[in-house]
Design a protein around this ligand. Structure first.
Ligand SMILES: Cc1ncc(COP(=O)(O)O)c(C=O)c1O
Ligand code: FES
Length: 438
């Protein structure tokens, strides 16, 4: 991680001549690690930027007032800080501050947008459209509606993860209330054609919601230019705190919705509950920094992605990219690769010294590999050996180089033990083999 003291420092392992003396063993969940793993999982969460922590601290100490207290200075200064944060979030996405609702994160924003809009318009419109590759919280919110009598269309995507505009257009009906399509996919980084979707939805009189958890603060996004009616964002994906997010709700043309939370009527009645000043201030600071640093952050992850991808593919055959290869269509901080001729579980277990995410089911309770990769048509074996490398603002060249070394040496080691790999080396066409059924 570069530059900042608060960012977690990787512990170099002895094999790579590290200087930080990280030979101490860590025992966790039955796995022995040689030190703190190298963190390349920025889609899961990001470390807080020290500038964000600095902004938050006063609101966890002296300035602890309830922002809704109207009768004293403690309340007034908290309210001022909350409104300042709201303006910073609005500025990042080209919105009016009045259109920003604070929530606990993108999960709540997505639930509120989808269920809230569908319930408000339920008498006239009972159809919702989304895609098969959305985040679980979007898919589950849609299932929730289905169980209560709504009709939901889950659109397929192309093999690179992109939504086909003609498929979307054909799915829109007179009773469609909402289209929900994420801006950037969390597993494969594909960037959906948000402006085209917005224009189509506006022309058909359908509201357009986008889950911007992986996009806001990382790629330029403007709610008016892209005709977005509702947008979800999350603090902890953009170097801000966990447990806070926001929902943008358009005022003109006005989007109406039922609140999911009953109570004191805060946030224009759409989200009752005391607004958590320190978290909201942190989100505001994260958005301000993101707006300022977006171009340099992007250039940084573009360079790292190129280094990582070419570093791995120049040394290994049989590596498949999941998602678009065109970097105009993929957020470069996300590189998702599948490794042929290795066994999924051994690959994941062997790479425990790098904190990455996997499309394999080894890491979860389900036995199915990633539904996102399956929706792209990735073969089951390759879905099992997929690794998502997530890079960000604080990722360094040295970390990427270690990830390349570890990946290459581990994949080579597994392939040396693989009879399948031996056959491939000998020129046998694996697909032509009749495997014994059992
Ligand atoms: C695309 C996407 N949507 C929603 C979420 C949920 O965000 P939060 O953790 O803020 O609830 C995530 C995070 O995993 C995500 O990647
Ligand atoms: S690799 Fe573990 S379940 Fe597929």
């Amino acid at each position: 991680m570069r530059g900042f003291a608060a960012a977690p420092q990787p512990v170099e392992d002895a094999d790579h001549g590290g200087s930080s003396g990280g030979s101490s063993m860590i025992e966790k969940k039955g796995i022995t690690l040689r030190g703190v793993p190298l963190y390349l999982d920025m889609q899961a969460t990001t470390p807080m930027d020290p500038r964000v922590i600095d902004a938050m601290l006063p609101f966890m100490t002296e300035q602890f007032g309830n922002p809704h207290s109207r009768t004293h200075l403690y309340g007034w200064e908290s309210e001022e800080a909350v409104e300042d944060a709201r303006a910073k979030i609005a500025r990042l996405i080209g919105a009016d501050p009045k259109e920003i609702i604070f929530t606990s994160g993108a999960t709540e924003s997505n639930n509120t947008a989808i269920k809230g809009v569908a319930m408000y318009y339920k008498d006239k419109k009972r159809h919702v459209i989304t895609t098969q590759t959305e985040h679980k919280c979007v898919l589950d919110s849609c299932r929730w509606l289905q169980q209560r009598g709504w009709d939901v269309t889950y659109l397929p995507v192309r093999p690179d993860g992109m939504l086909d505009m003609s498929v979307l257009e054909a799915a829109i009906r007179p009773d469609t209330a909402l289209v929900s399509v994420m801006a950037v996919n969390n597993e494969i980084g594909v960037v959906q054609p948000i402006s085209e979707i917005g224009a189509l939805c506006r022309s058909k009189g359908v509201f357009f919601h986008t889950d911007g958890a992986q996009a806001v603060g990382k790629l330029p996004l403007d709610v008016n230019a892209s005709k977005i009616d509702l947008l979800s964002l999350s603090g902890h994906k953009i170097y801000g705190p966990k447990g806070v997010g926001a929902l943008y709700v358009r005022r003109r043309p006005r989007v109406r919705m039922e609140p999911l939370m009953s109570g004191g009527g805060q946030e224009r009645g759409l989200r009752s509950g005391t607004v958590p000043t320190p978290l909201v201030v942190g989100l505001g600071a994260a958005c301000e920094v993101a707006a300022r640093d977006m171009q340099s952050d992007l250039a940084h992850v573009r360079r790292l992605e190129e280094r990582l991808r070419t570093g791995i593919t120049s040394q290994l055959q049989g590596v498949m990219l999941n998602g678009p290869s065109d970097l105009a269509l993929r957020y470069p901080g996300n590189l998702n690769l599948s490794f042929a001729y290795v066994e999924g579980e051994s690959l994941i277990m062997g790479l425990k010294e790098i904190a990455v995410s996997s499309g394999s089911a080894c890491t979860s309770a389900s036995l199915e590999p990633s539904y996102v990769l399956r929706a792209l048509g990735v073969e089951e074996e390759l879905a099992h050996t997929s690794i998502r490398y997530g890079m960000g603002r604080f990722t360094t060249d040295a970390e990427v180089d270690r990830a390349i070394d570890m990946t290459v040496s581990h994949v080579n080691k597994l392939r040396e033990m693989s009879p399948l790999w031996e056959m491939v080396q000998e020129g046998v066409d694996i697909k032509s083999i009749q495997w014994a059924q059992h």
